[in-house]
Design a protein around this ligand. Structure first.
Ligand code: HEC
Length: 131
């Protein structure tokens, strides 16, 4: 029946719009993903190469670390921006939270390298991650 079909489409449409609005409000009200977790670009890779182990890492390691960070650290709480904690604080927090997230040792190492490089990056270039 034409009337029913129209209602059905309308409902489906509004079901798509609600999360979209929530996402836009979220992005406007909070920090962007790029601010919370800077992307792995050549600036980040070059910075990491100049740091000491275990923070020094190659592009693939950093990319894996970021992937872990933005996908595995959001199941219990929202993403914590990399620059919310000092490097010393992260060194205590990350092992605890890696256990919470059931990360492998390799994933933990990737995550540590990414988070510490990214927070150092924001320290050095705060304007690079401003909206
Ligand atoms: C299984 C649930 C769970 C997962 C997965 C998880 N967390 Fe947490 N996280 C918690 C809980 C619960 C707290 C608050 C209590 C605490 O500090 O233990 C917390 C607190 C934190 C804090 C605040 C710590 C502080 O001292 O104030 C940070 C930062 C954090 N998590 C980062 C992460 C990161 C990074 C990951 C991914 C590796 C992660 N979390 C994955 C449950 C989780």
């Amino acid at each position: 029946m034409p009337t029913n079909r129209k209602t059905g489409l309308g409902l489906r449409h509004s079901l798509l719009v609600v999360p979209l609005i929530a996402m836009v409000v979220g992005l406007l009200g909070c920090m962007s993903l790029e601010q919370m977790a800077p992307p792995v670009d050549q600036n980040l890779v070059q910075l990491s190469a100049a740091l000491d182990a275990p923070v020094r890492a190659d592009e693939a390691t950093l990319a894996r670390g970021r992937h872990v960070f933005i996908n595995r650290c959001i199941s219990c709480h929202s993403l914590e921006p990399v620059n919310r904690y000092s490097a010393e604080e992260w060194k205590t927090i990350l092992p605890e939270m890696s256990e919470e997230a059931n990360l492998t040792e390799g994933q933990q190492a990737d995550l540590l390298a990414y988070v510490l490089t990214a927070r150092r990056f924001i320290d050095l270039y705060p304007q690079a991650t401003k909206p």
